[in-house]
Each structure stands twice: as C-alpha cells, then as structure tokens.
Design a protein around this ligand. Structure first.
Ligand SMILES: Nc1ncnc2c1ncn2[C@@H]1O[C@H](COP(=O)(O)OP(=O)(O)OP(=O)(O)O)[C@@H](O)[C@H]1O
Ligand SMILES: [Mg+2]
Length: 224
C-alpha cells in the first residue's frame, strides 16, 4: 500500500515536471486561463462553445480553428488558455505570434536552416499562430513573401495536424498584410474547408480596463 503510494506520487511528480517543461518550451509567454475569463463582459461569446473546445477534441480530429474579432476582445487570451490546457494534456503544442513565426523562418533562409525550422513548425501536434495582422512583416524583393512561407507551412499541416489562427484584421485584408493576395486566398480556402470559425463581436477588454483605471483615479471620460 505504502509502496503503491510512493510510486504513485513519483509518477505524478514526473508527469508534473513534463507538463511544466512543455509549458516552458511551447512558446507561451503568459499563462492565461479560462477560469480568469470574464464571460459576462463578452456577452456575444458562447461560453459553452469555448468550454467545448477546451476538451481539445478538435486537436485529435485535426480540425483547424480560426478566431477573428476586433482588438482586445480576448482572442489571444482564449487561445493561450487552450494552449495551456493542451500542455496539461501533454499534447505537443507550439504557440507563436504570426510575426515571430515568420521571422523565425526568414532567419532560417539567412543561415540555411529554413527546411529544418519549417519541419519543426510543421510537425507540431497543435500549432497556434496568434495575432495575424499585428506587427510589421519583413518585405524584401529577394525573399519569398510571408504569404508564401505561411502557405507552405499550412499546406504541409492541412488535414494532418490541427492549426489555430487568430486575427484582428478582416480576412479580405490578409493578402495585403501577407504580401500576396492569391496565396492568402489559398490559405483561407484551405482553412475554410476544415476550420471551426469563431468571431468575437464585442467590446475591448483593454478599453474596459483603461476606463476602470481612469475611474479609480477619479478621471471622468467624456468621450462616450
Ligand atoms: N473577457 C475577458 N476576461 C478577462 N480578461 C480578458 C477578457 N478579454 C480580454 N482579456 C484580457 O485583456 C487583454 C487583451 O486581450 P487579448 O490579448 O486576448 O485580446 P485580442 O483579442 O487578442 O486583441 P488583439 O487583436 O489586439 O491581439 C489580455 O490581458 C486578456 O487577458
Ligand atoms: Mg491577440
């Protein structure tokens, strides 16, 4: 009995260490949780749908996920929380902001490690690409466009492994942002086929916090 407990605790300890290591190396810089999400604030968001996604069945089913919505509506928060859950479930997840992922691959073009880096991104069991549309992407005539790089990556993953994307720009603006309208359309075409789509149509939590802070400091906001 005692031995069982000791071994049981040992196994639990090792599991926790594996999970912690996964969280540290998957690319997440913050630890967001669904428990900390204020559902009452984002009224149009269907809580049951998000909590259903948190079982991560869609990762096993290799389904893609696309979350759109204006800035501050909680897109990254939700995906970061789901990525944390994935680590706890010992799913091999990689999280990156779109600009950082593209920069990593451009760095690979410069030092001949592009293919190795591409393979690493491509083989993640679940790949989370956050914030498409935010941040300046590199644009040089002698290099492939970000659209080209992203297309190659997503095409390799398509129907083999699940990928999630968030974006705060309209899907019609992806071409301009990624530098190639045809390839951006091809990316979205593949995504539209298999993805679960969620659009968060609501207010910005950042604005809410700013107003709250102003109120706490006795500053009256006349703008609304
Ligand atoms: N409903 C919410 N409850 C609690 N915190 C929230 C909620 N929505 C957003 N936040 C918090 O507000 C901040 C901004 O949210 P988040 O980064 O998820 O926005 P976003 O939709 O990804 O915006 P962007 O398009 O600018 O990337 C984060 O610190 C996040 O944790
Ligand atoms: Mg975001």
């Amino acid at each position: 009995m005692l031995l069982e407990r000791v071994f049981g605790d040992g196994a639990q300890y090792l599991r926790q260490r594996r999970v912690e290591r996964r969280i540290e190396t998957c690319g997440l810089r913050v630890r967001k949780t669904l428990e900390a999400f204020d559902w009452a604030f984002q009224k149009n968001l269907n809580r049951a749908v998000i909590e259903g996604l948190a079982t991560l069945g869609f990762v096993d089913d290799r389904e893609d996920l696309l979350i759109t919505g204006k800035s501050g509506t909680g897109k990254s928060h939700i995906l970061q929380a789901l990525a944390l859950r994935a680590c706890e479930r010992e799913i091999q997840v990689r999280y990156a902001r779109c600009v950082d992922l593209i920069d990593d691959l451009y760095a690979g073009l410069a030092d001949q490690t592009y293919e190795a880096r591409m393979r690493r991104w491509a083989r993640a069991e679940w790949l989370v690409i956050d914030d498409v549309g935010l941040g300046q992407l590199r644009r040089r005539d002698d290099e492939p466009t970000a659209a080209h790089i992203l297309f190659n990556l997503l095409d390799r993953r398509h129907e083999h492994a699940a990928t999630a994307l968030t974006s705060n720009i309209k899907l019609g603006e992806w071409g301009k942002y990624l530098g190639d309208a045809t390839l951006a359309a091809a990316i979205l075409d593949r995504f539209a086929m298999t993805s679960i789509r969620i659009d968060i149509d609501g207010p910005s939590y950042r604005d809410h916090l700013a107003k709250q802070r102003a109120k706490d400091h006795g500053i009256v906001d006349d703008s609304t």
